[in-house]
Design a protein around this ligand. Structure first.
Ligand code: GUN
Ligand code: ZN
Length: 445
């Protein structure tokens, strides 16, 4: 992992209530440690973009050099920045577009909107707005789809790099079943993706993801070369969609006869591995879920998108039974919010509908340390532990009058975090820090 491009940044600290995770709170019974780290009066110190000290204020503050600036945020809660594992930046301007399901929505809104990214100036403009919006919601890292145009990825990485954000993104590959104006070929898609890897992967904090949109829009030849690139560049990410919608599953069955399942198509082309992330994972069976676990392949659960497009309900209990890695994501523009707090809200409700209880501690874990662990970026992002990149958010329990009333009565950390997840959105994010610098401050109402 390359170092961040912040080389000189003086030591400073914030004093606040701190919450982060060492492992999944739902699995705490396995080794007896709680998984959640909570300091009611804590301090986190950072220098040159990284966390250098963390813990109880009374213990850690005296160890800091005299004169270290300490911002007093004792009435606020600091958590690691959120990680959104599936989002489409080109779909920013078409969020909230009505359609009767995934496939008509792609035809009517998505493809025409993505065509606009042939213009690099438009791409740069959207990339700026998109990153502002992520930071406003407290998201400091995301796994981002660009469009088929290599310039759309250049525009995104350029903007992200200039803000020193830890982002993962890739140019979409698609060579069939989409309008002519959005097609690459197996050859040009691979060549352009490889050139982008050379330009951006590990440049500062940028990371590359091979991005075959989904099996229906790639020929077997394209999936084949994508698998070869994935093998050649083991530390590059892979992102795609799987088993989102029953019409899509049927379509894949007719396009790829002879495969046991939709997921098996990706398995066949060696696209299941560590650092591979698949959006949705609704219509999987137990065999598929076990394969995800065996290969370390990650599910990105996108509850607002799944409800908005009527795709189906992610099965948390089934995922847990096989221990496949699960993360949370917005899937904007299929998703209807940029806020990971709102995404937790909807994930909780989707889980409840299947009789599963998703606690707030678990949801905050999934949106931070859990995602970092699943993405193989454990220790780098998603935590306040010493050595990690200083990406964190300052949550305001009094952000709205309703939040203030509810959080004043919270009797446990779980109740406090649950109130943020159910009632919070971008208004609850007072400040977002990336690599130790404030990159968003909420304007006073
Ligand atoms: N499947 C293929 N492309 C897309 C997309 O852009 N959004 C969603 N939600 N599903 C897809
Ligand atoms: Zn998507």
């Amino acid at each position: 992992m390359s170092t961040t491009n912040t080389t000189t940044q003086a030591l400073r600290a914030v004093r606040a209530q701190l919450v982060y995770f060492t492992h999944d709170p739902a699995r705490a019974y396995l080794d007896g440690t709680p998984g959640t780290v909570h300091h009611t009066d804590g301090i986190v110190a950072f220098e040159n973009g990284r966390i250098t000290a963390v813990g109880d204020y009374a213990k850690v503050a005296p160890t800091l050099p005299a004169g270290t600036p300490i911002e007093d945020l004792r009435n606020k809660v600091v958590t690691p920045g959120f990680i959104d594992t599936h989002i489409h930046y080109p779909q920013t301007d078409m969020i909230a577009s009505p359609a009767p399901g995934l496939l008509p929505w792609l035809e009517k809104y998505t493809f025409p909107t993505e065509r606009r990214f042939e213009n690099p100036e438009y791409a740069a403009d959207v990339a700026q707005f998109f990153l502002d919006e992520l930071l406003r919601g407290g998201t400091t890292s995301a796994l981002v789809y660009c469009t088929v145009h290599p310039g759309s990825a250049d525009a995104f990485f350029k903007e992200s790099d200039s803000r020193n954000l830890r982002m993962i993104a890739g140019k979409v590959m698609m060579d069939r079943n989409c309008p002519e104006f959005l097609r690459d070929t197996a050859e040009t898609g691979a060549r352009d993706s490889e050139a982008l890897i050379q330009r951006w992967h590990n440049k500062g904090r940028q990371l590359y993801a091979l991005t075959p949109r989904f099996a229906p829009t790639s020929t077997e030849a394209q999936l084949g070369v994508c698998g070869e690139l994935a093998e050649q560049y083991q530390d590059v990410f892979i992102q795609s969609h799987v088993a989102e919608n029953t019409d899509e599953v049927e379509w894949v069955r007719s396009l790829f006869p002879g495969h046991r399942s939709y997921l098996d198509v990706y398995d066949h082309y060696k696209l299941l591995r560590k650092r591979a992330v698949y959006g949705h994972c609704i219509w999987l069976d137990e065999h598929d879920r076990r394969r995800m676990f065996e290969t370390g392949t990650v599910a990105a659960h996108c509850p607002t998108s799944n409800q908005f497009l009527g795709s189906g309900l992610f099965d948390f209990a089934a995922a847990e039974a096989t221990r496949m890695p699960v993360t949370l994501a917005t899937d904007v523009g299929g998703g209807s919010t940029f806020s990971m707090l709102q995404t937790m809200n909807e994930a909780h409700k989707v889980a409840r509908l299947s009789g599963y209880h998703l606690s707030a501690e678990r949801m905050f874990y999934l949106a931070t340390e859990g995602a970092a662990h699943a993405l193989d970026l454990h220790g780098t992002i998603g935590t306040l532990a010493v050595g990690a990149e200083a990406d964190f958010v300052v949550l305001d329990p009094k952000a709205t009058s309703l939040l203030a009333r509810r959080t004043a009565l919270a009797e446990s950390l779980e109740e406090l975090l649950f109130a943020f997840a159910m009632l919070g959105d971008d208004r609850a994010i007072a400040t977002t820090y990336a690599a130790g610098k404030p990159v968003h401050r909420r304007q006073a109402a």
